[in-house]
Ligand binder design. Structure first.
Ligand SMILES: [Zn+2]
Length: 111
C-alpha cells in the first residue's frame, strides 16, 4: 500500500499510538485484528459503533502483547497469564479463536 492509500483507510478512532485501518480483505468472520506493530485492522463493512467496540477490544490485546503475555504467529497463539506462568501454545487450526473462554479474550471482553 502507498502512504496515501493508508491515510485514506485510516479510521476516525485512530490515535497517534494506535492507528486503526479499515480493511476489506480480513478473513471470513473476522471483525478486527491487533497487530504486532501496534496497529489495528477493522472490517470496513462494520458500522462506526461496532468498529469503536472492536477497537476497544483489540486495544486490550495490544496491551497484552506489549506486556509480553500474548503472541500471535501465523499458525499459533502463545499466552502467558503473567510473567511467572509457563507459556501455553495453541495451534490456530485447532482452536476456536476469539472464544471468550480463553483468558486473553476474557480480559478483552471484560473491558
Ligand atoms: Zn479478542
Amino acid at each position: 500500500m502507498t502512504p496515501k492509500s493508508l491515510l485514506l483507510n485510516l479510521h476516525a478512532s485512530s490515535t497517534h499510538n494506535t492507528p486503526v485501518f479499515k480493511k476489506d480483505d480480513l478473513e471470513d468472520g473476522v471483525q478486527a485484528e491487533a497487530n504486532r506493530d501496534g496497529t489495528i485492522f477493522v472490517n470496513s463493512k462494520m458500522s462506526d459503533k461496532k468498529i469503536a467496540k472492536a477497537v476497544e477490544h483489540e486495544k486490550v490485546h495490544l496491551e497484552q502483547m506489549a506486556q509480553g503475555r500474548l503472541q500471535y504467529s501465523d499458525d499459533s497463539v502463545t499466552w502467558k497469564k503473567d510473567t511467572r506462568s509457563p507459556a501455553r501454545v495453541y495451534k490456530r487450526v485447532d482452536m476456536n479463536e476469539g472464544h471468550p473462554d480463553f483468558e486473553w479474550e476474557a480480559e478483552a471482553y471484560k473491558k
